[in-house]
Structure formats: C-alpha cells, structure tokens
Write a protein that binds this ligand. Structure first.
Ligand code: ZN
Ligand code: ZN
Length: 361
C-alpha cells in the first residue's frame, strides 16, 4: 500500500490542512502554505493520482483461525515517519499513524477509477466543532443532568465522506384530479356544488449537484441530515486536503444506487409540479412520469465532523457538516424531565380550558 505524506517546505515536518487558517500547516515550525505555494514548490501535488493503481492492497498474512473476516476487511501499510506497521479498514483513504500521529494519505485508494473529481475542504476547525456540539447539547432541555460528566465522549473526528454528485435534466408530467367546492344557504337548505377538474402539469427540471452517499452503512444515515453543502466552494480534488483528516473511499458504484437516486429525484419532481397547482380545495395526484434527458455523475469528497459517544451503555452518533456547521445528533433523553414537562403542559392546558369556560359563562 502506497502512502503520501505531505512535507513542510521549511522543515520537512508533516503538513496538515488547517480549517481555521484555510492553509496547509506545519505543527513543528508553524509555517503555513497555500495550495498554490505547495504546487509552486513540489509541482503537481498528486503525481500518484495520474498513474493507475499498480500496487494491489496487501492483506495481513498468517491469519489466525477465526480472524479471516477481519483480515479480508483490513489492509496494512507502513508509516513513512516512524516505520510502524498500521492496519486500516478496506475503505480508509486517509488516517493517522496510531504511534506517531503523523497524517497519512493512502494514495491507492483514490487513484484510477476511484479518483474523486472534486472536494469541499473543511471550513470548521476541530475546536469550533467541539464548541458547537456542547452548544447543541445545551439547547436540548431534556438531556440528563449528568450527561456532560457521565457520557464517554470520543474525540471529534474530521472525516471526508464520499458522495455521488448528480446533475440531472428531467422531463416529466403529473396528472391530478382536483376539486373546487362551493356551499351556500337558501332559506333552511344548504347547497354544495363540487366541480371536478383533470389537471396536467409538466416541464423540464434541471437538478444540479444532487448529493447521494457513496458509502454504505450506518454513517450514510447521518450524512443525509447534514446536507446540503454550498457547492460554490468545490475545488478540483487534490489529496493534500485529506492530510490531517480521516477519509473514506466509496464502496458503491453508480449502478448500485441509480435506482435510489431516480426514485428520490422523481419525488422532488412530483413536489415541484404539484406546487404549481393552486386555487383548488382538494388535489389528488393520479400519475407521475419522469424521464431523464441528460445526466452526469461526479465523485466528490465532503467534510463531516463525527463523534460517537456512550451513555448508560447505549451508543449515540453526532455529525456536523464540516463546511456549514449544520448538525444532527441522537441524544439521550431524561424521561423524568420529560414526564414533568408533560404534567406542566397538561396543567397549562387545563388552566386555559378552565379560563375559557370561565370567560364564556
Ligand atoms: Zn515546518
Ligand atoms: Zn508513525
């Protein structure tokens, strides 16, 4: 497994992308460089990216009995800084050496067909991500009192996740049955008139940069909630941005998720067509057909701050958009506090009803 370590121009120390400075930073001599400065010094940053992946992944040898599954899902590499042998998951594309903490980019994971087209660099630094997490917890009134002291919080992890970004031009139609209802009274009789209409809507819709997770598993659930990203800040992909963060490579191909994306875009198209039907009392959608005129898929890396934590033996997941700060989290709920809230609410409603009755009497 080949690795890339980006070195400081001044002291050859390991360089990491710093989300606070928006530059590549050396912790040894505290120099900071822009992407252009690194390119001017080193030439292309991703020389290895232009070659097809030549080296096959090397899986650990001499697998003890019962560990075959572990072995087939892990890969070994050697840290360039300290020479230690490190084991990673099959989808890991960037990580840290567990011994010397140097950032390591596993170049073969992102070469050839697996080369991403673009990347949004982290814009929220680790400390800010942590502060935002505690602010998020503070806002949750039903959080158990001892949560901050009692929960085992892991370190916040900055991870680049693989996404498919889909541009799609659709042409479609929606057929609906709608009604307009009119009632009026003459003497003691009430009349109702219902007019029924057959409504057709249609047109061309351009979806730009529709994101779909390219990695399976529990995390893709959280990723849905931290969307969207501001796609004005996309940059052409270079592995240098991964340095100092974790990164995952995709484990799904376009054909694996095409049907899911089609279904999601069809739902959006239906909503857009339906929203143009106005001025009726009822709307029933009978049929929607949506055809794809043109489609372009790109593979992109998006920044997410992630944290797992344990509270009372249960594990929870917190995720934050590394560019916009939009967050998503599962938090434990203090059932006692919730019950008290329910009782107070009940009392307030009872009081309001009592008061209403009093005013009416
Ligand atoms: Zn340096
Ligand atoms: Zn090391």
């Amino acid at each position: 497994m080949e690795t890339i370590a980006y070195k400081c121009i001044n002291c050859s120390g390991p360089l990491q992308y710093n989300a606070q400075k928006l530059k590549f930073y050396c912790e040894y001599c505290r120099s900071a460089f822009t992407e252009d400065e690194l390119k001017a010094h080193f030439g292309s940053l991703d020389d290895q990216l232009n070659q097809a992946a030549q080296n096959e992944d090397v899986t650990p040898q001499d697998v003890p009995e019962g560990f075959e599954d572990f072995a087939s899902n892990t890969v070994m590499y050697t840290c360039e800084n300290c020479g230690a042998e490190i084991i990673t998951d099959k989808t890991t594309a960037a990580t840290f050496c567990v011994y010397c903490h140097s950032p390591v980019v596993l170049s073969n994971r992102l070469t050839g067909a697996f080369k991403p087209t673009k990347v949004i660099p982290f814009k929220i630094a680790e400390q800010d991500a942590q502060d935002k997490f505690f602010a998020f917890c503070k806002k949750k009134h039903f959080l158990p009192k001892d949560f901050i002291s009692g929960a085992q919080l892991e370190k916040m992890r900055g991870v680049y996740y693989p996404y498919w970004m889909v541009d799609s031009t659709k042409n479609g139609h929606l057929y609906a049955t709608t009604t307009k209802i009119r009632t009026w009274v003459v003497g003691d009789d009430e009349y109702t008139e219902t007019k029924t209409y057959r409504v057709k809507r249609g047109g061309i819709i351009d979806f730009k940069g529709f994101p779909h997770p390219a990695l399976r598993g529990e995390h893709s659930k959280a990723l849905k909630y931290v969307n969207p990203y501001d796609d004005n800040e996309f940059r052409p992909f270079t592995m240098a941005y991964l340095s100092g963060f974790l990164a995952e490579k995709r484990d799904t191909e376009r054909q694996d998720v095409q049907a899911e994306v089609d279904a999601e875009l069809k739902q959006y198209a239906e909503k857009i067509y339906k929203n143009t039907i106005q001025g009726y009392d009822t709307i029933r959608v009978d049929n929607v057909d949506v055809k794809t005129l043109k489609e372009n898929w790109q593979y992109a890396m998006m920044p997410v701050w992630m944290m797992n934590f344990n509270y009372n033996g249960k594990s929870y997941l917190y995720a934050m958009n590394g560019q916009t700060g939009k967050n998503y989290g599962e938090l434990p709920i203090n059932k006692g506090k919730l019950a008290v809230f329910g009782i107070i609410l009940f009392l307030i409603i009872a009081l309001l009803c009592g008061l209403g009755g009093y005013l009416l009497s």
